[in-house]
Ligand binder design. Structure first.
Ligand code: COA
Length: 163
């Protein structure tokens, strides 16, 4: 029995021309009940700002996910990380996270922060990458059912860290 080879994963920087691809992944990756997805206008608005980087993941020619980050004055923030459900648990989210951390380090950031909804299983991805919880914002997110959910602030120290 022969099986078709899996398409290769590639990561590359993206820009305004890639907003359609980003939204394809955005709409699938972020569950609508938490209202976490950004609109194309929000993404398009942030891309020209200093220190912003969009990283796109593709499997062959198929959009699989993306990361959006910003570095300002020595602080990096991971703004969005999403992988389309059918491509999850294959290392794409981890690869995007590694690429984002590398960008933050190259851009001179001391730390990279992110905020996530309490209860999001992505926590284990971040913990594996070395992030630690540094804060909690009570009742920060509002689900579409009106439920209020805490936000966790996670941080990874880059200065003096290896990798
Ligand atoms: C979080 C997300 C980006 C992970 O993408 P992914 O491609 O599945 O990540 P990886 O395959 O690289 O996962 C690496 C490791 O993270 C952990 N992990 C990732 N997703 C997990 C989940 N749903 N439950 C438990 N552990 C998980 C596991 O340890 C996993 O390794 P393993 O598969 O060998 O067990 C993806 O689930 C997603 O898009 N979620 C919705 C959007 C979102 O919440 N983004 C984060 C906002 S802060």
């Amino acid at each position: 029995m022969s099986t078709a080879p899996s398409p290769a994963l590639t990561l590359r920087d993206g820009g305004q021309a890639d907003l359609g691809e980003v939204m394809t992944s955005m709409i699938e990756a972020f569950a609508p009940e938490f209202g976490e997805a950004w609109t194309a206008a929000q993404c398009g608005g942030i891309l020209p700002l200093p220190g912003v980087r969009l990283i796109l993941a593709k499997l062959g020619t198929t959009p699989a996910g993306f990361a959006l980050a910003r570095v300002i004055a020595g602080e990096a923030e991971l703004l969005l990380l999403g992988v389309r459900p059918r491509f999850r648990r294959g290392g794409i989210g981890g690869a995007l996270l590694v690429a984002t951390v590398a960008y933050a380090r190259e851009a001179g950031a001391d730390h990279i922060h992110l905020e996530m909804r309490d209860g999001n299983p992505a926590l284990s991805l971040y913990r594996t990458a070395g992030f630690v919880q540094i804060g909690r914002r009570p009742r920060y997110y509002r689900g579409t059912d009106g439920r209020l959910i805490d936000a966790l602030t996670l941080s990874l120290r880059l200065v003096g860290a290896h990798g």
